[in-house]
Design a binder for this molecule. Structure first.
Ligand SMILES: C[S@@+](CC[C@H](N)C(=O)[O-])C[C@H]1O[C@@H](n2cnc3c(N)ncnc32)[C@H](O)[C@@H]1O
Length: 359
């Protein structure tokens, strides 16, 4: 048996590697933040090979520091270093690091990196008390950070690609249907739907007052009038069949009592309405979730936000992203009175599953 005084050299080396990967992640995140906020990625996107002097000169920055950043980004694998002083951001890297319209972009998240770390410091208390903080515990910054993670997909994929895969959804919206987005956050999805379907009436529900404020600000900026936002704590979903389409996007596992929300959705949906659920494609096996390629980031996000929110009330179910694998989701919606549950065919995502649910 190996002990602290007699460690297995190979395992020790591997653990040292893990430790430095952690510290590397922190340092790399700093450098990505610098690249985003100084406009370095944007300047390189589509520009072809550049020398450090060309890049620095175009942005009015100091060449020696830009050169060091380019070496760092080349070492990280973001930038391609062609020769001693020739650097390029590939089209693919540009999509991920510089293009806010790409569904899985990091560009919108980059400005929030330091704030994300700071808001995370408030997550520690839950380890002592077992009671998590609701999303509002992260303040308005928290609402903006979350929006930056999800708005790319909500803006670029939801309307053109996802809704057409749900039979009847687009037709209902074109006919001037009623839509509810429950757990709508800062409103990117309801605003995208309202903009694309001017005859539809869209209601966004969220119990974060910060998210609702950011959503209303975004609605005004977008100039759409067929969407409104509500706090279900004071303005609940109607208790009679009202909605043709209900959405819950990346939020059921964040809710303290998604079972009660599912029951409220059942009361509010029309007999021929459809509920579109996006949630993490979890396995019922913890081992499989731990070995998910994004497992470490996933559980970290849970500890910073999802599990916190779901454990924020005394009766909270403390789910987190792995809390609603397909079987449990199916049972929950069946218990709420829905008769049909299936995966949406033809939609793929590195982390999420897509379900359509009907009364
Ligand atoms: C991860 S965010 C997703 C937001 C949004 N759907 C998006 O795609 O950007 C989860 C949201 O669920 C909201 N939420 C949590 N519990 C809720 C509840 N019981 N009713 C309504 N919203 C809730 C949170 O305030 C937060 O805005």
């Amino acid at each position: 048996m190996t002990t602290a005084t007699n460690p297995d050299p190979a395992v020790l080396e591997e653990k040292i590697g893990v430790a430095w990967t952690v510290m590397g992640g922190l340092a790399n995140a700093h450098m990505v933040h610098i690249g985003g906020t100084l406009g370095l990625y944007r300047a390189m996107y589509g520009a072809g090979p550049l020398s450090s002097a060309q890049l620095a000169g175009g942005l009015g920055l100091a060449e020696r520091f830009v050169r060091e950043w380019l070496y760092q980004q080349s070492a990280l694998g973001v930038v391609k270093c062609h020769a001693a002083d020739s650097f390029e951001l590939s089209a693919e890297a540009g999509l991920v690091f510089a293009d806010e319209n790409f569904p899985l972009t990091l560009a919108a998240v980059i400005p929030h990196i330091p704030a994300w770390f700071e808001t995370g410091l408030g997550a520690v208390e839950a380890f002592k008390t077992g009671r998590g903080r609701p999303f509002d515990g992260m303040g308005e910054r928290g609402a903006r950070i979350l929006d930056s993670f999800f708005s790319g997909w909500n803006r670029a994929v939801l309307v053109p690609e996802a809704l057409p895969k749900i039979p009847g959804a687009v037709e209902a919206l074109r006919r001037g249907g009623m839509v509810a987005d429950v757990g709508c956050g800062a409103g990117a999805a309801p605003i995208a739907i309202a903009s694309a379907f001017p005859d539809a009436t869209v209601h966004g529900y969220d119990n974060s007052v910060h998210a609702l404020r950011v959503a209303e600000e975004a609605r005004c900026a977008a100039g759409v009038t067929n969407v409104s936002f509500h706090n279900p704590d004071t303005d609940p979903l109607p208790g009679i069949p009202t909605f043709d389409l209900v959405l819950t996007l990346d939020c059921l596992h964040d809710m303290a009592r998604p079972d009660l929300v599912a029951a409220a959705i059942r009361r509010a949906i029309k007999p021929d309405g459809v509920w579109f659920i996006v949630d993490f494609d979890a396995s019922p096996s913890p081992h499989e979730n731990v070995s998910h390629p994004m497992g470490a980031m996933l559980f970290a996000s849970s500890l910073l936000a999802c599990l916190q929110s779901s454990a924020s009330t005394p009766d909270g179910m403390a789910l987190g992203p792995t809390g609603l694998p397909e079987g449990r989701m199916r049972e929950m919606v069946a218990a709420a009175g829905f008769g049909r549950f299936s995966r949406v065919e033809g939609l793929t995502h590195p982390m999420n599953a897509f379900y359509e649910v009907r009364p």
